[in-house]
Design a protein around this ligand. Structure first.
Ligand code: MRU
Length: 368
C-alpha cells in the first residue's frame, strides 16, 4: 500500500544488499523507519519486540530468517536449531510455525549445497503468496460490504468497526480485515471505520495511519466505546483478523476481540473475521482450552509511548510507582459468536463443516 505516494510492502528483499528490509513498526505512526536485518538475533528481536508484527507478517519474516540460517550453515542440525529458535519468539500466531514447517519440509530432502538458495526462493514465494491471498480476502469481503451498502440510503457510509491492526502492516500487503475496506473504498462504496485503540500497544494507531494514507474516513475510539456505538446503531459490521483459527472456527485475536464479539451478538451486528488459510491450526479444536496465550511484559501496561510536545517519541508512566500490570495479549472468540470467516477462497461458516468444505485439501493433510 502507499505511504506518501510510494508503494511499500511491510518487508522487502534488497537484492543489492542481499538482505531483508523491514519497517520498524515500533515507531509508527510517528516515524517511518526502515531497518535492515543482517543476523539471526536481529530476526528474533524483530519478532519478539514487535518491530514486525501481525500473524501473516511474522510468518513471512520467519521464512526469511530460515533463509539466512541456511546461508550461514545449511546443515540439518543448524536447520533444526533455527526452527526451534524462531518458533520460540512468539507463541500465539500459528503462521510462525506454519512458515517454519513449510521451510523445513522443503529443505530437508535437499542436498545441503542447494538449501540456501532454495530457502530464499521459498521466502520470496511466500511473501508474494501472502500479498495475493490477502488481495483475495478483500475481493470476497467486498461483497459483504457491498450487500450492506445496498440496503442503506445512497451515499450513506457503511460503518465498520475493527480491532487491533489487521492491516497491510500486519501482512506483506493489503492486510486481512483491512483488505475488504481498501477494496470497498476503491470501488467507491462510502465507508467509515471505527478503529479501536487496542491497548496496550495501540495498534489502532497503526490502522488509523494506514487508513489515513489511503484516504479512508475513520475515527480512533477507546477500546470500551464499541458496545455503546453498537447499541446506538452506529456499527453495521465488525471485521477483525485472527492469529490462530481452530478447525471448528474459534478465533484467537488481539485481547479485547472477544468483548467486541459479545457486544456484536447482543446488538445483532454481524461479526466477521478475515484470515488467510495459513492462520488455521487444524490440530486444534477448542481455542479457549488449547491455544497458548502470549503474556507480555507489564511495562506495556504501566507505560505508554507517544509523540511528545517537542516532536520526539517518548514513554510516560501511567500507573503509580510499584503497580503491577497484567498483560495477556490475545483472547479467544468462540465460533458461535462469529458470523462468518472471510478467507482467500471465499466466505464460510465458522464451524468444522464450514472450514473443512472450504479447505478439504488442508483439513486432511494438516491435521495428520
Ligand atoms: O500482537 P500483534 O500486534 O502481533 O497482534 C496482531 C493481531 O492480533 C492481528 O489482529 C492478527 O495478527 C491478524 S493480522 C492480519
Amino acid at each position: 500500500m502507499k505511504v506518501n505516494g510510494t508503494h511499500y510492502r511491510s518487508l522487502w528483499w534488497d537484492a543489492d544488499k542481499n538482505a531483508l528490509q523491514i519497517i520498524d513498526q515500533r515507531w509508527l505512526p510517528h516515524d517511518f523507519r526502515v531497518q535492515q536485518i543482517d543476523t539471526l538475533t536481529e530476526f528474533a528481536d524483530a519478532i519478539v519486540e514487535m518491530r514486525v508484527r501481525g500473524a501473516p507478517l511474522i510468518g513471512a519474516t520467519a521464512a526469511y530468517a530460515m533463509a539466512l540460517a541456511m546461508r550461514l550453515d545449511p546443515s540439518d542440525s543448524a536447520m533444526n536449531k533455527a526452527w526451534e529458535f524462531f518458533n520460540a519468539t512468539r507463541p500465539t500466531a500459528i503462521n510462525l510455525r506454519w512458515a517454519l514447517n513449510r521451510c523445513r519440509d522443503l529443505l530437508r530432502p535437499l542436498p545441503t549445497e542447494m538449501r540456501a538458495s532454495a530457502a530464499l526462493t521459498l521466502a520470496h514465494e511466500m511473501a508474494d503468496e501472502d500479498v495475493e491471498v490477502n488481495r483475495m480476502i478483500g475481493v470476497h469481503g467486498l461483497e459483504i460490504i457491498r450487500e450492506i451498502a445496498s440496503k442503506k440510503p445512497a451515499g450513506e457510509p457503511v460503518r465498520l468497526l475493527t480491532h487491533c491492526n489487521a492491516g497491510w502492516l500486519a501482512t506483506v500487503d493489503w492486510g486481512t480485515a483491512t483488505s475488504p475496506m481498501y477494496h470497498a473504498h476503491d470501488a467507491d462504496i462510502p465507508i467509515h471505520v471505527w478503529v479501536d485503540e487496542t491497548r496496550p500497544r495501540n495498534q489502532g494507531a497503526l490502522t488509523s495511519w494506514e487508513l489515513g494514507c489511503h484516504g479512508i474516513d475513520h475515527q480512533y475510539i477507546t477500546d470500551n466505546a464499541g458496545g455503546h456505538l453498537m447499541q446506538h446503531g452506529q456499527v453495521d459490521m465488525v471485521i477483525t483478523g485472527t492469529d490462530r483459527t481452530t478447525r471448528r472456527g474459534d478465533v484467537c485475536n488481539k485481547i479485547g476481540t472477544y468483548l467486541k464479539a459479545l457486544a456484536a451478538r447482543d446488538n445483532n451486528v454481524p461479526f466477521y473475521v478475515a484470515l488467510p488459510s495459513s492462520t488455521i491450526d487444524w490440530t486444534v479444536d477448542d481455542g479457549v482450552a488449547e491455544i497458548p496465550i502470549e503474556e507480555r511484559g507489564q511495562e506495556e501496561i504501566t507505560h505508554v509511548q507517544g509523540r511528545l510536545a517537542d516532536g520526539s517519541i517518548g514513554t510516560v508512566q501511567v500507573t503509580p510507582d510499584g503497580t503491577a500490570g497484567g498483560n495477556p495479549a490475545f483472547d479467544v472468540t468462540p465460533n458461535r459468536l462469529v458470523t462468518g470467516l472471510i478467507t482467500e477462497r471465499g466466505v464460510c461458516e465458522a464451524s468444522p463443516k464450514g472450514l473443512a468444505a472450504m479447505f478439504p485439501d488442508r483439513a486432511e493433510a494438516d491435521a495428520a
